[in-house]
Design a protein around this ligand. Structure first.
Ligand SMILES: [Cu+2]
Length: 265
């Protein structure tokens, strides 16, 4: 890292484009939450929560504008379209949100990804201005996280050191991407989602869920066929499917996390 550099490097511009895309997803999601609140489709929204969403959307818009400023000053086009994969995943999750708690869970996931991405970026950026920008946005996102944890009734006390585990590396960089590629009869629980969220297997297959997230989750079949205990980060749960059928399931802690297993003869 060369902190003395003033002009953003090519790597800085690439990171800036990823950051701008992430900010655009956040801006759009908070806008969708405000629209849903206005339409009454997520139930009663306390005024303080609506105010929080409006303010936070403004923070993400400011971050988006700042990164786009870095990009255009560096001779690149501003980011005006969100990364398609992340946007699709978030929209899919948003479609299942029915109340403020669900919306707050989704916002928490986005804020965790953003804070992790900036923490990761600080160590990779080269220009002082870009480092300062990432370093000024990251604690704002941690503040959003603290408020969201409070809204969700969890203790909003941070760990001693934040991690970059949920950092977003941009589309098509699956190795360190926050939304990894699908695996066979193993299902990863990551970023408040089951990956893959649809899996077709043969009778007799054992499916293993691995919690690769930084949060507790569980696996609960809608029809009660299988129910895990709480799966802590790094923990697993396995179940052997001995009969054909379609088994929708969800996380018992975060019911907006839904997925399905199809078992064929
Ligand atoms: Cu969960």
């Amino acid at each position: 890292m060369n902190i003395g550099t003033t002009a953003p490097s090519a790597g800085d511009l690439a990171i800036g484009a990823v950051a701008a895309g992430l900010e655009l997803v956040a801006v759009n999601t908070y806008a969708a939450a405000l629209a849903a609140a206005g339409a009454g489709s997520i139930g009663e929204v306390p005024p303080a929560v609506a105010e929080f969403v409006t303010t936070v959307q403004g923070h993400h818009q400011a971050a988006l504008d700042a990164w786009n400023g870095v990009l255009t000053a560096g001779g690149q086009a501003a980011v005006t379209a969100p990364p398609a994969g992340l946007e699709a995943t978030v929209n899919e999750m948003f479609a299942t949100v029915t109340d403020v708690v669900g919306a707050a869970e989704l916002a928490l996931m986005l804020e965790e990804i953003a804070a992790a991405t900036y923490l990761d970026a600080i160590g990779k950026l080269e220009s002082g201005a870009a480092i300062a920008l990432a370093g000024s946005i990251q604690p704002i996102d941690r503040q959003h996280i603290a408020v969201l944890l409070f809204v969700l009734g969890r203790y909003p006390v941070p760990d001693t050191f934040a991690t970059a585990d949920m950092a977003f590396a941009g589309e098509g960089e699956s190795a360190s991407n926050t939304i990894p590629a699908a695996a066979a009869s193993s299902i990863s629980i990551v970023d408040f989602a089951f990956d893959p969220d649809g899996l077709e297997i043969a009778v007799g297959t054992t499916v293993e869920w691995v919690n690769n997230d930084a949060f507790d989750h569980s696996v609960v079949a809608d029809d009660g066929t299988f129910t895990s205990e709480t799966i802590e980060p790094g923990g697993t749960f396995a179940f052997e499917f001995t009969a054909p059928g379609t088994f929708p399931y969800k996380c018992g802690i975060h019911p907006q996390m839904i997925a399905s297993i199809t078992v064929t003869e």
